[in-house]
Design a protein around this ligand. Sequence first.
Ligand SMILES: [Zn+2]
Length: 173
Amino acid sequence: MSSQFNFKVENLSADSQIISFRGYLDETAQLPSYESLANLKSLVFNFDGSRIINSSGIKMWVQLMSQLALLKDLKIVFQNCHPLILDQINLIEGFLPKNAEVESLYVMLFCEKCEKEFDVCKKVSDIRPGLGMAIRDLKELDCENFPECRKFITLDMHPDKTLSFLRRTKETK
Ligand SMILES: [Zn+2]
């Protein structure tokens, strides 16, 4: 089931890049080289295609981030973080470097009536008051009787721990 880790680079301008990850970040993964990133001012990491990570992958990632953290002119954005990526952001010092912020993440939901799991991708700015905002803001869902189901929908992740990284990062304006 594991898929080979890879990444796609999109150049927005000479000093602005989006890098989209796919697959399993483990010891066989090839990360972008520091040299290829060192002259950027804006860098987006899109984690949409990468939900799984292991300890060797984490080590490689943190090493690259520790180098990028020293680049004063660089601003990094993490997009579309799945729960396993968020766990690392929350638990591993340096996984999210000081010059980076999380822009969007997946909130896991569960409908107790339909007994179905869902995830919705939310901007961090929209859920800053609390993860429950993700339920309040739901517009449609792939479950039997939405919106009647709304009152049966609960968070399927820890409301405080999930956002604990926010306490370490500055409020974005
Ligand atoms: Zn439902």
